[in-house]
Ligand binder design. Structure first.
Ligand code: 2RA
Length: 350
């Protein structure tokens, strides 16, 4: 019998992208699909592959008979419900941060460490944070060939990483400053936002329209942001390099969807730009766009809505041996969240 798939968080921002992904798959290994959400959204109708499904309220019984349950919900909901799904016989594929760094939960990017899905003592598999994920397909391909030793990254993260509130806020701020020479000093966005009643109550700690904000997540020890530590810890775990040297600076930019990263990666063995190009071209989930003379490189505006990781600006570092610099863009709601979760689910039954 074809396996049963459940989607928990079917009506949220990532859940909605997941429905889009389910509807667009060219192959379909599943039988029944169950859509699950909070009691508030129960009863809603959503069409999946031509069939109108009714969203069910989250309860232990919804997992009975489910083979794979994908969770696109906040950490606290996953922490409570993924173990319940696993206890009822499903493999829980969780897109929250609740289990990512647990030793007995694999953290999986199928292109990089697909073999890890087989060992899941708690019946839970974790999906990485979207910032880490956006560079993993490209970095994993290089690591397998040349052995990654050190990683320095700066992120350029989209507003949608902060959920629907982040998207709404960026649009509201953009509307408040659109077409104006804002502020007494050119670029003084705060004045225009104050005039529009947008001084407080933002998911971001500073204006995002016409600005960049060097902050994502919560404050951790010694001034690090949680997002920066996630990039470090998750990269180490996914690539299987526990002592990988990593330094990350995470920055929010006024982009609606698609995270970008500037990557500076040092390898055990020498690697040329031509060799890196060849590897990227051979990786099915990576698209190489690297012709700066023709003005061709990845940007979020070109990448949004796409599944692959886009890579460009590949350069040999001038002053660092065995080191490449490159730029990656990935849709943070697709490969960065829903798509990778779905690919893990599909790998489980294929
Ligand atoms: C962000 N990476 O962009 C986070 C979302 N998981 O804020």
């Amino acid at each position: 019998m074809a396996p049963t798939l459940a989607l928990v968080g079917a009506t949220g921002a990532v859940g909605t992208v997941m429905i889009d992904i389910l509807n667009g798959r060219s192959t379909w290994p599943w039988g029944e699909v169950r859509l699950v959400a909070s009691p508030r959204s129960a009863g809603k109708k959503i069409t999946v592959r031509g069939q109108e499904l009714t969203v069910q309220a989250l309860a232990p019984e919804v997992f009975d008979g489910v083979d794979v349950a994908m969770f696109d919900v906040p950490d606290a909901v996953s922490a409570e419900w993924a173990p319940i799904a696993a206890a009822r016989g499903a493999v829980a594929v969780d897109n929250s941060g609740a289990f990512r760094m647990d030793d007995d939960v694999p953290l999986v990017v199928p292109e990089v460490n697909r073999d890890k899905i087989a060992v899941r003592p708690r019946g839970i598999i974790a999906n990485p944070n979207c910032t880490t994920l956006s560079m993993m397909a490209a970095l994993g391909a290089l690591h397998h060939e040349y052995g990654l030793r050190e990683l320095v990254v700066a992120s350029y993260q989209a507003a949608s990483g902060a959920g629907q509130d982040g998207i709404d806020r960026l649009y509201a701020e953009a509307a408040a400053v659109a077409g104006k020479q804002v502020g007494e000093r050119a670029g003084d966005v705060r004045e225009a936002l104050a005039a529009a009643g947008l001084s407080g109550d933002s998911p971001f700690p500073a204006p995002l329209a016409f600005n960049v904000v060097p902050w994502a997540g919560s404050l951790k020890e010694d001034g690090w942001a949680s997002e920066e530590l996630k990039v470090r810890n998750e990269s180490r775990k996914i690539l299987g390099i526990p002592d990988l040297k990593v330094s990350a600076t995470c920055v929010r930019v006024p982009v609606v969807t698609t995270h970008s990263l500037a990557v500076h990666a040092t390898f055990e063995r020498p690697v040329t730009v031509a060799e890196a190009h060849k590897l990227f071209e051979a990786e099915p989930s990576v698209v190489l766009v690297d012709d700066p003379a023709a003005g061709r490189f990845p940007t979020p505006a070109d990448v949004v809505g796409g599944d692959p990781t886009y890579v460009g600006r590949v350069r040999q570092a001038l002053d660092f041996p065995n080191t490449l610099d490159f730029f990656v863009c990935g849709d943070n709601l697709r490969k960065g969240a829903a798509l990778n979760t779905y690919e893990i689910a599909e790998a489980l039954v294929s």
